[in-house]
Write a protein that binds this ligand. Structure first.
Ligand SMILES: Nc1ncnc2c1ncn2[C@@H]1O[C@H](COP(=O)(O)OP(=O)(O)OP(=O)(O)O)[C@@H](O)[C@H]1O
Ligand SMILES: Nc1nc2c(ncn2[C@@H]2O[C@H](COP(=O)(O)O)[C@@H](O)[C@H]2O)c(=O)[nH]1
Length: 215
């Protein structure tokens, strides 16, 4: 007989690597922050970048901001899970202790581009969940980049220039969500996360539970 003291909502499970990508300005940082506020079980994988901080960005919270020499030495020391050049700067995912924490059921959120997504997926297909966010239109994408008020005109132009190339990678993702209304987009992203957590393969606690049920 199954042990009635086992909580069915809290069966052990393996964590996942939840990736949000999009062309710049489509809203993945906005959705990431909403997710981190709403969900205590997921933690942001804080990237390392050579890009200078934007107003309001905090070192160690939004990114680890480093110089070129420090980034070079991290590459040499094999400190990155993946790294890629984006918009003239370098961005990388530090290894930290992701693998051990995954086993303990910790989920990680990644706000990374398509190149980093490919590299992470090649390293760990079973744990990666890939979500691509699309803007409702190219004109709205540009409006959002301008309304954010963080980038000079030439940076916005460079990001718009690359938008179509980035969108062309949409079919390398497991899920694609259009971010027209931010609350509706967030709700869909949460549904994806919830469903992925319930996948049989991730629910390591099911095996002893089912054995118990069948005994
Ligand atoms: N659904 C939405 N409707 C209107 N504005 C939005 C929506 N989603 C996000 N925004 C706004 O668009 C701007 C860009 O969003 P955000 O910074 O999240 O994009 P991003 O994809 O993370 O860009 P980057 O890759 O450059 O960091 C922000 O000012 C944000 O508040
Ligand atoms: N491959 C990686 N891409 C990353 C990482 N961290 C962020 N990014 C991507 O860079 C662009 C630009 O970001 P921004 O903050 O300067 O607007 C965006 O597409 C991010 O998703 C990383 O560690 N690896």
């Amino acid at each position: 007989m199954a042990d009635s003291t086992v909580s069915h909502d809290k069966l052990a499970r393996r964590g996942l690597l939840f990736i949000l990508s999009s062309p710049s300005g489509a809203g993945k940082t906005t959705i990431s922050r909403m997710l981190l506020d709403a969900d205590e079980e997921i933690r942001l994988s804080v990237s390392v970048t050579t890009r200078p901080p934007r107003p309001g960005e905090i070192d160690g919270v939004h990114y680890y901001f480093v110089g070129d020499a420090e980034f070079d030495s991290m590459v040499e020391e094999d400190d990155f899970y993946e790294w890629a050049p984006v918009f003239g700067y370098r961005y990388g995912t530090p290894k930290g202790r992701i693998r051990g924490a995954l086993k303990e059921g910790q989920d990680f959120l990644f706000d990374i581009d398509w190149q980093g997504t490919q590299q992470l997926y090649q390293k760990d297909q079973q744990d990666v969940v890939r979500v691509f966010i699309l803007p409702p239109s190219i004109a709205e994408l540009e409006r959002r980049l301008r309304s954010r008020g963080t980038d000079a005109d030439e940076i916005i132009a460079a990001r718009m220039e690359r938008a179509r190339a980035e969108i062309s990678h949409w079919d390398a993702y497991d899920y694609v969500v259009i971010n027209e209304n931010v609350d509706a987009c967030f709700a869909k992203v949460r549904e994806i996360l919830d469903a992925e957590r319930m996948k049989r393969q991730r629910q390591t606690g099911l095996i002893p539970f089912v054995r118990e049920l069948m005994s």
